[in-house]
Design a protein around this ligand. Sequence first.
Ligand code: PFF
Length: 449
Amino acid sequence: MASPRGEFRSRLGFILAAAGSAVGLGNIWGFPTQAASNGGAAFLITYLLLAFVLAYPALMAELLIGRHTHRNMVMALGSLPKRNALASLGRLTGIGGLITASMILSFYAIVAGWMLGFAASYPLSAAGMASTGDWLVTFSSPRNLALMLLFMILTMAVVLGGVEDGIERWSRRLMPLLIATLTALALYVLTLEGALTGLKIYLLPDFEKVLSGDLLIDALGSAFFSLSLGVGTMLIYGSYLSDAENVPSVGAQVALVDVGIAVLAGFLILPAMYVADARGVPIFNDAGGLLSEDTLIFTVLPALFETMEGAGTWLATAFFALMSIAALTSSISMLEVPVAYLIERHDLSRRNATLLAGGVIAGFSALIVLNFGTLFGWVITISTRYSQPALGILICIFAGWLWQRDALLQELKKNDVDAEQRLFWKIWPLYVKWLCPVIIGVILAQSVL
Ligand code: PFF
């Protein structure tokens, strides 16, 4: 029977929802363009290492705490320690997660709105509505505001449906569509002239570029952002996971899907850039480096699609629809963080909680749109570069130090009587206790100083 606070109906539903949260603009836009500018396969290898060595254990900390407590982040972290002062620290960390998730959503919704605008503009222009199409792809506050609101309404509509009928149902529909579209686009682009040059850049490592401290910070930031860590999205999804599921194994599958889709996206984006190059679209700046990430997505790719005439309209629509879908399956997980808290802590109905949290976040997002030059970059830096890793450290400390070892083992034994014999039990507790906080701390300190 479904639990009154919601529970994923199936393992696949959970994996698609959690992978949906993880797979977003970061995978399809951020990762490939970063790899392109930072040594190709060398970045890829560093990223994979960081993802499995640092991000996976942190992901497990969130999923296990969520599944153990079956509560939202604030109440979950508040309930783990025995001492009152530490319980307050737990609640505070939870509030920090909730605020960070809301901040990320507030800028994410603006960028996702652009994706919706680009996706709609191509068919509209082809149907003779060129001026509307142009408006949708031209930077302006009214456009940014309208599209952001549209995206927030879509996000709220899914979250209103609840865990099974909203989040799980839509993840099951959208994720397969996303994977199919991404694969089809990559296969098509790989047949075009110039694609092989991009493929070489992607797959041949240039190690000189990787071993810099800055790059490690970037790769760690990407891995954390990419797995949606630190802000309670994975914790809340874990809290809706049935006690019958084996958390280490479903967690590994989520990480694999996330990393797999980032790698797959590289097979589309890098070749596409060099196809554009072969067709005379500029892709390098004056210094000889690749153009910045946003220019690549919003200028280079549209220019490439334009060189393709009829097929270009289809490809462009499919590509930006893909980006919109990836953003939506992530944004619902961010909104669920404050919504679950309002339902469980303040007894709001799901409807009111969604309207309140969604409304406040949309309001903040509107503030960013109206002060774009000052606020946009600032909110991104604070939330993703500093807050996410800092919260990640705290969650590892809660899982490694403040959660009693026996209780943790009981949690793992819920569906695996031999949990004690597993490699996971031999390595992971020590790992989240010592290695994760220290390494994340060092990298974070480097980026603050
Ligand atoms: N993981 C998402 C991406 O790669 O685009 C971004 C994200 C989603 C970050 C949810 C944080 C979050 F809570």
